[in-house]
Design a protein around this ligand. Structure first.
Ligand code: DQA
Length: 150
């Protein structure tokens, strides 16, 4: 069975208590459970990783090579700063969908820039938790087209 990496970055471990008016009331654990269940309906296993550390996120992306066929990433604030995460995604050449709970383009201007977007096949933002499920669907379509069986 093909596998997906669901990678969440800094502060997303605080979902449920962190600015619920922006990021919703559900926890990260619930989000991860929902992603795993939804991935299964699409024929994928899913591994969920969350880290507040850029280096640990880099390691997770590197380790995905040969293990995961697709990546869903919400890099949190590293989205707007991390050339290293962009380079890692470009390096492993795994189709990656960028997700944000909030609509980053409707927020402060410093959130409008995404380094991840330069490496991702696409970006989904503003749909809350549903965005992760949409990203899984997008990868399912992309991977069925590419014939990737990793
Ligand atoms: C976020 C948006 C980022 O700007 C912010 O730093 C986050 C969460 C989102 O999911 O909306 O931590 O990635």
């Amino acid at each position: 069975m093909q596998s997906l990496l669901i990678l969440n970055g800094p502060n997303l471990n605080l979902l449920g208590t962190r600015q619920p008016e922006v990021y919703g009331a559900g926890t990260l654990e619930k989000l991860e459970r929902d992603c795993i269940a939804h991935a299964q309906t699409q024929g994928f296993e899913a591994e969920c990783v969350q880290s507040n550390h850029e280096g640990t996120m880099l390691d997770a992306i590197h380790a995905a090579r040969g293990k995961h066929s697709g990546i869903v990433v919400n890099a949190g604030a590293y989205t707007h700063t991390s050339i290293a995460l962009m380079d890692a995604i470009l390096s492993v050449e795994i189709p990656t969908v960028e997700v944000h709970l909030s609509n980053i383009h409707a927020r402060e201007s410093f959130r409008h820039q995404s380094y991840i977007a330069r490496a991702a096949i696409g970006q989904i933002c503003g749909f809350g938790r549903q965005g992760y499920l949409m990203a899984i669907d997008a990868l399912a379509v992309r991977l069925s087209q590419s014939g990737d069986v990793t």
